[in-house]
Design a protein around this ligand. Structure first.
Ligand code: BV8
Ligand code: ZN
Length: 263
C-alpha cells in the first residue's frame, strides 16, 4: 500500500502546506481520534529530540545508556545531572503551534486521547487535557526505592538528593529503558489505539516499544493512520498518509483544513 505523501516547499507557512482533502474530511467527521507524539513535536520549542539530546558536554554519553536503572546504579550523579540539565531546558521552553493545534483538535473531537512519549509537559502547557504520559514527566521526582514522589529537594554536592523518608537516592519520575511503563496509562493508550477511527503519529522515530507498536495496532483495527515528520520512519511505508514537514507547520494546516476558520 502506497501512503499518500505530501512534501512541502521548505519555506512554506502553515497555510501553504497542502493537506489531502480526504484526510481533512476524515478528521472533521471522526468521533474517536488518538494521537501519538514523540520528541519531534517539541523540537521547534528548542527542546532537543532524544537523538539530539546528546549535544555539548553530553555528546559522549549514549541516551540509551543514561536512561537506564543500571546507569543510575553505576553513576547516579551523572544521570541526575543529565536530567537536571534537561529539566532546565524544558523549564525555559514554551509550546509551539504544533502543540496548540493538537489542543485545538481535542476541543473538536468527542472521543480524543493524546498519547505522548515526551516527558516535557509542553502538551499540558498548550491546553491539552485528555493526555497520557507513557514515559513519565521530567518535572517530577520520586524516591528510587519506591516511597513515592517528593515535591521539593535540596541539591547535594556529589550525589543525587536523598529521600526524606528512607534516605535512598531521589530520581526523575520517568520510565527508563528496561523499566515497565505505568500500567493504567499503557492500557488507556492501547484501548484508544484499538478504538480510534484516525491516529495521528507526530514527531516520533517509532523505534521505542511498546509505544512504537500503537500505530500498527490502530491500523490493524481499521483506523486511518497519518504520520507528521520531516523525515522517514519505519512506519512511513505502512500507513495511509505521510505529511513530510515540521509539526509546527503541518498540524496548524491540518486543523485549518479540517475546520476552516469562519470567514
Ligand atoms: C520495557 C523516558 C519491559 C526517559 C524513554 C520490542 C522490540 C525491541 C525492543 C524492545 C521491545 N520491547 C521492549 C524493548 C526494549 C526497549 C526499546 O524499545 N528499546 C529500543 C531502543 C529498541 N523498551 C523499553 O525498555 C521499555 N520498557 O519494555 O519494559 C522490559 C523490562 C526489562 C527488559 C526488557 C523489557 C521502556 C521504554 C521507555 C524508555 N524511556 N523516555 C527519558 O526521556 O529520559 S524512551 C525515549 O526515547 C522517548 O520517550 C521516546 O520514546 C524515545 C525517543 O524517541 P522519539 O521521541 O521518537 O525521539 P527521537 O529523537 O528518536 O526522534 C525524533 C523524531 O522527530 C525523528 O523521527 C525526527 O525526524 C522527528 N522530528 C524532528 N524535528 C521535527 C520532527 N517531527 C516533527 N516536527 C519537527 N519539527
Ligand atoms: Zn524513600
Amino acid at each position: 500500500m502506497v501512503p499518500s505523501r505530501v512534501d512541502p516547499d521548505q519555506s512554506a507557512s502553515a497555510s501553504a502546506f497542502a493537506i489531502p482533502e480526504a484526510l481533512a474530511l476524515r478528521l472533521r467527521v471522526a468521533r474517536r481520534v488518538a494521537v501519538l507524539t514523540g520528541a519531534g513535536i517539541s523540537a521547534e520549542s528548542g527542546v532537543p529530540t532524544f537523538r539530539d539530546a546528546q549535544t555539548g558536554m553530553w555528546a559522549r554519553f549514549d541516551p540509551l545508556e543514561l536512561a537506564t536503572p543500571a546507569a543510575f546504579a553505576r553513576q547516579p550523579r551523572i544521570v541526575w545531572d543529565w536530567y537536571a540539565w534537561r529539566r532546565e531546558l524544558v523549564a525555559a521552553a514554551a509550546p509551539n503551534p504544533g502543540h496548540y493545534a493538537l489542543a485545538a483538535i481535542e476541543r473538536h473531537v468527542p472521543d480524543f486521547l493524546l498519547i505522548t512519549q515526551n516527558v516535557d509537559g509542553l502538551h499540558q502547557a498548550a491546553g491539552s487535557t485528555r493526555i497520557v504520559e507513557l514515559h513519565g514527566n521530567i518535572a517530577r521526582v520520586k524516591c528510587a526505592r519506591g516511597c513515592g514522589g517528593v515535591d521539593t529537594w535540596e541539591d547535594a554536592a556529589s550525589e543525587p538528593p536523598r529521600c526524606p523518608r528512607c534516605g535512598a537516592f531521589l530520581r526523575p519520575d520517568v520510565v527508563w529503558f528496561e523499566e515497565m511503563l505505568p500500567v493504567d496509562e499503557l492500557l488507556r493508550a492501547e484501548r484508544a489505539a484499538r478504538d480510534c477511527e484516525l491516529m495521528l503519529v507526530v514527531g516520533t522515530s517509532a523505534e521505542v516499544h511498546p509505544a512504537a507498536a500503537l500505530p500498527a495496532m490502530a491500523r490493524a483495527c481499521g483506523a486511518t493512520v497519518a504520520e507528521v515528520n520531516p523525515s522517514a520512519t519505519p512506519l512511513s511505508d505502512r500507513i495511509d498518509y505521510v505529511l513530510r514537514g515540521p509539526s509546527g507547520i503541518v498540524l496548524p494546516a491540518l486543523v485549518a483544513a479540517a475546520w476552516p476558520p469562519a470567514i
